[in-house]
Design a binder for this molecule. Structure first.
Ligand SMILES: *Cc1c(COP(=O)(O)O)cnc(C)c1O
Length: 331
């Protein structure tokens, strides 16, 4: 039996798997299923809470009382940290990448509501200044007797990826329960922790399906490097030797569109069509781009050899509200 780190129990698990009847019919390709990781919780909604169950457990075990983390202004990860910190009586500090006009909307509004401490750094200086900003906060808190635990962007590191290792185990169990085998599992790929965890699980449990990431920001090469880096950290936590090569990582980078957090007309139109077709909300930053990409690939005949595809709805619902004015309902 393989031993993995312990976690706390916060997310609503297991999440349901449902068939997207109307989308599958419309595309006329494989049957598409959706795993509702957007329903891991209301405040914790999305994929980040699965990772945080492991990261926060490590923080608590190390007797830390304060969490520092990083992300974009509309980071789902930061919002999940703010919520979970409130619940557990921890302090949270969010170092957010700001754009020009900061709207108190969506996730940022919730960060405030949950009482997170927020520091903004503008986009140009963010990569250079964020570590220094975190160190400053850490020093200040240390001098006041607090102990800080730092979580990287998206909780995409060795410990965080066990969240999706467990999700892979959950999917394999659900396959048996439902009597369905998924030929492919498709996810939105951002900071890489979700993909890493699924790949780790698929290797350990000898999963027969393939995991495909659809990048929302980085190039294929950059994403592969990130995943290898995360996995080399993860294997340090387990008692079996494992190695991963870049060839095992399958990621499409032709659906990034206009860039991270930027939505094209086609993507927004697709989110609208999908909502009308299935009664499910995709978010503009991650799942909207990824499901749009999957649909385009199916329309191109790319997955014609597949019977069943599982798309994981990794959440992000609150991120749609700051972009509501970009939707065109005129026709
Ligand atoms: C963070 C996020 C992702 C991407 O997950 P990573 O582990 O960062 O690759 C996908 N969907 C949503 C809604 C997210 O918030």
């Amino acid at each position: 039996m393989i031993e993995i780190p312990e976690k706390i129990e916060i997310a609503n698990l297991p999440t349901r798997i449902e068939k997207l009847e109307r989308l599958s019919d419309k595309l006329g390709g494989p049957s598409i299923y959706i795993k509702r990781d957007d329903q891991t919780g209301t405040e914790f909604s999305g994929n980040k809470i699965r990772k945080l169950e492991f990261s926060i457990k490590e923080a608590i075990d190390r007797k830390c009382d304060t969490i520092i983390t990083f992300g974009g202004v509309q980071s789902n990860h930061c919002r999940a940290i703010a919520a979970v910190s409130a619940k557990l009586g921890l302090k949270s500090y969010l170092i957010l990448r700001e754009n020009n006009d900061i709207k108190l909307d969506g996730n940022l509004f919730l960060d405030k509501l949950f009482g997170a401490n927020i520091e903004f750094i503008n986009c140009e200086n963010y990569e250079n200044e964020k570590t220094e900003a975190a160190d400053k906060i850490k020093e200040k808190l240390k001098s006041r007797g607090h102990k800080v635990y730092t979580i990287p962007s998206g909780a995409s590191n060795g410990i965080g990826s066990f969240g999706y290792y467990k999700a892979m185990q959950e999917i394999i169990f659900q396959e048996k329960e439902l009597g369905i085998h998924f030929d492919k599992i498709v996810i939105a790929a951002g900071s890489g922790g979700t993909y890493s965890g699924l790949l780790l699980g698929s290797k350990i449990f000898n999963y027969r399906g393939e995991i495909i990431g659809i990048s929302v920001s980085d190039s294929r090469e950059k994403f592969k490097n990130k995943v290898c880096e995360i996995l080399s950290e993860s294997v340090n936590y387990i008692n079996i030797p494992l190695s991963f090569s870049k060839d095992e990582i399958d990621v499409l980078d032709n659906y990034v569109g206009e860039g991270y957090g930027l939505s094209s007309r086609e993507e927004l139109k697709f989110i609208n069509e999908f909502a009308k077709l299935e009664g499910i909300i995709l978010d503009p930053v991650y799942t909207g781009k990824a499901m749009y990409g999957l649909s385009c690939e199916i329309a191109k005949g790319k997955f014609s050899d597949c019977k069943n595809i599982l798309f994981i709805n990794t959440g992000g619902i609150f991120g749609i509200f700051p972009q509501k004015y970009l939707f065109d309902f005129s026709n």
